[in-house]
Design a protein around this ligand. Structure first.
Ligand code: SAM
Ligand code: FES
Length: 353
C-alpha cells in the first residue's frame, strides 16, 4: 500500500510519513485523492453543514509580545480598547437576534479580565442565553482560572499551539513564553472537560516541513475537537513586518490532511484565509472546513483588533457579515447553519457511505 492509501485507511501519520506526504503535495493526482477523501469525511459526519460561530473580540490589550501579532504589547501605534460586560452582552444580544448559538469571546491576554470578572461575565451570558455555547480564546491561564470558567458555564476553548517545534516556537515568541506551557494548558483544558481547539499559522517565518510534521504529530496526540489553521499574514508594526505571507494553497492542502487525520474535527475556514484570497473561505469548505466565525464585535473596534494587515470584514455590521457569509457558503455548495454544533461523539449523517 502506498503512503496515501495507508494514510486514508489508518487516519494516522508518523513524522517521517508526514514529510514523505508533503513531498507529494505538487502531484495533482495525489492532491485530488486527498481532497476527495477529506470532503467525503466532511459530508459523512456533517453533510453540507457549515457552522456559524459569532466572534466577539472584546479586548486588544495583551501582556504578551509574540513577534507576529499586531496587538502585541510593544505595538504602541494601536489604540487599545476593552469592552465592558454590558458591551459584550449587547454583542451577544445582537448575535442571538441574528440566530447565533455560539459566542466566541476572544482577546489578547488582558489581566484586567480576572478570574472573577470572566466568571461573572460567563454566568451572565449563560443566564440570558442558556441554549448558546460559550467558547473562550484568551490565552494561557492558570488551571484554577480554566476550572472556574468551566464551572461558570464555558463550553469550549481555543488555544492554538502555534507550532509544535521547540526551536520554531522560540523564533516566534520572546523568552517569557514557552511551548511546554502552551501544551500544558491544552492538556489541562481537555482534562477539565472543555471542547478544545489547537492549531497553527501556515507559513509563519521559519516554518519548515519538519515543523509542520511535528504539528500534525502533536494534533494526533492531543486529539482536539477543533483545529484552527490559517496563513500567517505580516502586520506592519511587528518584528515580522517584512516577512512573506503564508500560502493559501498550502493552507488548503493542510485543511484536507487535517480532515483525514481527525475526521470529525470542527475546522474553520479562517478570516486570514479570506484575507489573502477573496474566495479563500469558499475554497476552505471545498477542502474540508466546516466552520466560519462571522464578527459580532462593535464596528468601531474592529479595525483596532488588527492581528495582521488588511484584515477583512472590519467595516461591516454583524448582519452584513451574516448575509455575506450565507451567500458565500451557499455558492460553495454548502449550507450555513445556526445550531450550537458541538463535536459529534457518535453522530453519522444518515445515508453516508
Ligand atoms: N490571546 C489569545 C491566544 O493567544 O490564543 C487569542 C488571541 S490571538 C491574537 C489569536 C490567534 O491569532 C493566534 O493564535 C495566532 O495564531 C493568530 N495570529 C496572530 N497574529 C497573526 C498573523 N500575523 N497572521 C495570522 N494569524 C495571526
Ligand atoms: Fe498577545 Fe501573542 S501578542 S498572545
Amino acid at each position: 500500500m502506498d503512503i496515501v492509501d495507508k494514510f486514508i485507511t489508518t487516519h494516522s501519520l508518523t513524522k517521517a510519513e508526514c514529510i514523505a506526504l508533503f513531498q507529494l503535495f505538487d502531484d495533482e493526482n495525489v492532491m485530488k485523492k486527498i481532497r476527495e477523501e477529506a470532503v467525503r469525511l466532511q459530508k459523512k459526519y456533517y453533510g453540507t453543514k457549515v457552522y456559524a460561530r459569532g466572534l466577539i473580540e472584546f479586548t486588544n490589550y495583551c501582556k504578551n509580545n509574540c513577534y507576529y501579532c499586531g496587538i502585541r504589547r510593544d505595538n504602541h501605534h494601536i489604540k487599545r480598547y476593552r469592552l465592558s460586560e454590558d458591551d459584550i452582552l449587547s454583542c451577544c444580544e445582537n448575535g442571538a437576534r441574528l440566530g447565533f448559538h455560539t459566542f466566541v469571546l476572544q482577546g489578547g491576554e488582558d489581566p484586567w479580565y480576572t478570574k472573577d470578572r470572566m466568571s461573572h461575565l460567563i454566568r451572565r451570558i449563560k443566564k440570558e442565553y442558556p441554549d448558546c455555547a460559550i467558547t473562550l480564546s484568551v490565552g494561557e491561564k492558570s488551571q484554577e482560572e480554566y476550572l472556574a470558567w468551566k464551572e461558570a458555564g464555558a463550553d469550549r476553548y481555543l488555544l492554538r499551539h502555534e507550532t509544535a517545534d521547540e526551536s520554531h516556537y522560540r523564533s516566534l515568541h520572546p523568552e517569557s513564553m514557552s511551548l511546554s506551557n502552551r501544551k500544558k494548558c491544552l492538556y489541562e483544558l481537555k482534562e477539565i472537560g472543555y471542547q478544545v481547539g489547537a492549531g497553527f499559522m501556515v507559513g509563519s517565518p521559519g516554518q519548515t516541513w519538519e515543523s509542520l510534521a511535528k504539528d500534525l504529530v502533536f494534533l494526533q496526540k492531543l486529539k482536539p475537537q477543533m483545529v484552527g489553521i490559517g496563513p500567517f499574514i505580516p502586520h506592519h508594526d511587528t518584528v515580522f513586518a517584512d516577512k512573506k505571507a503564508g500560502s493559501v494553497d498550502l493552507t488548503l492542502k493542510l485543511l484536507s490532511v487535517i480532515r483525514i487525520l481527525l475526521p470529525k474535527v470542527l475546522l474553520p475556514a479562517t478570516t486570514a484565509l479570506g484575507t489573502l484570497d477573496p474566495l479563500g473561505r469558499e475554497k476552505g469548505f471545498c477542502a474540508g472546513a466546516n466552520v466560519v466565525m462571522p464578527n459580532l464585535s462593535p464596528v468601531e473596534n474592529r479595525k483596532q483588533y488588527e492581528l495582521y494587515d488588511n484584515k477583512i470584514c472590519t467595516g461591516d455590521e454583524a448582519a452584513q457579515c451574516k448575509n455575506c457569509l450565507s451567500r458565500r457558503v451557499k455558492n460553495a455548495g454548502y449550507e450555513l447553519v445556526w445550531e450550537r454544533g458541538d463535536y459529534p461523539e457518535e453522530k453519522i449523517t444518515k445515508g453516508a457511505k
